[in-house]
Design a protein around this ligand. Sequence first.
Ligand code: PMV
Length: 325
Amino acid sequence: MQDRKATSIAFSNIALIKYWGNRDHALRLPSNSSLSMNIAALTTTTTVEFRSDLANDVVQIDDAQACGSAHDRVAAHLDRVRALAGITTKANVISYNNFPAGTGLASSASAFAALTVAACAAAGLQLSTDELSRLARRGSGSACRSVPAGFVLWDACAEDNCSFGRTIAAADHWDLRDVVAIVESAHKATGSTEGHWLADTSPLQAARVASTPARLERCKAALLSRDFSALAQVIEEDALMMHAVMLTSTPSLLYWRPATLAVMQAVRTWREDGMPVAFTIDAGPNVHCICPADSASRVETLLHFLAGVERVLVSRIGEGARLTS
Ligand code: PMV
């Protein structure tokens, strides 16, 4: 094979209806469907070059050489791409996140979406968005939702070939903002790959999974009709359901800090006072405050006044992953 190179950019995403737990861990087939929106302000840009002079894959992330499990996870994903393309050539991977390291926002979603799109192009594969999303899922489940644009639904499905994200509304369907309150920048103690394994140890997971389709339908309806108060109710309910499972797993996963709870309570008070804003939280302590665009600067200002909020990041809804060269 000739040496081939491609660069791509992908956005991270925030789930409004969460993915937590797998029915098949090896294939990353989720226990339940999820729905997210891409975050335009958080990007990963990745260049993949297949080079016949390399004996091993070389991976550089934010100017540091990746080693150990971080390297092996990327190499395993490249193996999937090589298997599809029928090649054995090793690759040089250079990846940059536009969000500063140590903000607690490092995202495997944008990383594996960007890696998939760049590696497939560099390997000469021409895959559809559905196929790219399906493949990205194998690197990190939520990465499948960062391949298509805007608001993305990942339908739980028992087979590899039907498990991928698809756009249900374009990025400009509803001008929402994600105002992220960063309350801690340290790396999380238990990553989501490990967390998915623990989900079924909670007696609450079965109830969460069984009740997700109803929340998903409410969330979809709220999104499609741009009904913010219905959206606020359902996304907070869903995030709390996931954290209830995390808290009651064995071992228990407690991602919140005092400032996490302070932001959650403040958001509820602001909403009672008439401001359209709602919270959601991933596997970490930082709080994503979702609101219409015209409330974003007020939410940002109010968050700065809360003790324990280190910094605030405001983002629009992002497009899908794409090649830049
Ligand atoms: O794709 P993973 O393995 O990083 O899992 C993502 C899990 C959550 O961020 C907590 C929820 C979600 O749906 O994104």
